[in-house]
Write a protein that binds this ligand. Structure first.
Ligand SMILES: [Zn+2]
Length: 166
C-alpha cells in the first residue's frame, strides 16, 4: 500500500496485531520516504459460493442463524453460538481457500456443534444431511457412540439415547 501522504510505495511495518478476533490484522506502518506513520487493516477474503453459483462474503451471523433452530430448548446460549461461529470461520480459513462451497460450511459446522450439544447436532445433521428414516438417525447415533468426543462434561449417553425432535 502506498503512503497516504507522499504516495511512496515502500513502508516498514512497525507493529502488527490481530483485530476482530483474529480475522484481520492491523498493521502500523512507517513510510520509508517521508517517515509518516499510518495504519492498514488486512483481511483475508473468504467468500461462500452459494448453490445458485453466486458468491457472498462469509458471515458468522448466517452460521448462527443456521444452527439456532437446532439449538432450541437446549442449554446453548448466545455466547456458545458466537464461539461456534468463530470456530467454523477458523476451520474454513485454515483450508487456505478464498472461496468455499456453501455445503462445506455446513460440514464445518458439524464438529463444533457436536461438541456443543449432541441433540442439537442430531437435529442439524438430520436436516442438513437429509435424514429420511429412523435408520438414518440410528446410524448417526451409532456413529456418535463409536466416536466419542473428548469432553468430560457431556453426558453423551443419556442425551443421545433420546433425541427429542420437535
Ligand atoms: Zn510517505
Amino acid at each position: 500500500m502506498n503512503c497516504p501522504f507522499c504516495r511512496y510505495e515502500d513502508s516498514r511495518v512497525i507493529d502488527s496485531r490481530p483485530s476482530d478476533e483474529g480475522s484481520s490484522i492491523r498493521r502500523r506502518r512507517e513510510c520509508a520516504q517521508c517517515g509518516s506513520r499510518f495504519s492498514t487493516s488486512e483481511t483475508a477474503v473468504l467468500s461462500i459460493i452459494k448453490r445458485s453459483g453466486a458468491t457472498e462474503p462469509f458471515s458468522r451471523e448466517k452460521v448462527i442463524n443456521g444452527v439456532r433452530k437446532a439449538c432450541q430448548n437446549r442449554p446453548v446460549d448466545d455466547d456458545d453460538l458466537a464461539l461456534l461461529a468463530m470456530r467454523v470461520e477458523e476451520a474454513l480459513r485454515s483450508t487456505g481457500q478464498a472461496e468455499i462451497e456453501a455445503q462445506e460450511v455446513g460440514m464445518a459446522i458439524l464438529p463444533p456443534l457436536r461438541e456443543l450439544d449432541e441433540v442439537a447436532y442430531l437435529r442439524y445433521a438430520s436436516v442438513y444431511r437429509n435424514f429420511s428414516s429412523l435408520e438414518d438417525f440410528e446410524g448417526e447415533i451409532a456413529l456418535l457412540r463409536a466416536l466419542p468426543i473428548e469432553k468430560s462434561e457431556i453426558e453423551s449417553e443419556s442425551q443421545v439415547a433420546s433425541p427429542q425432535l420437535k
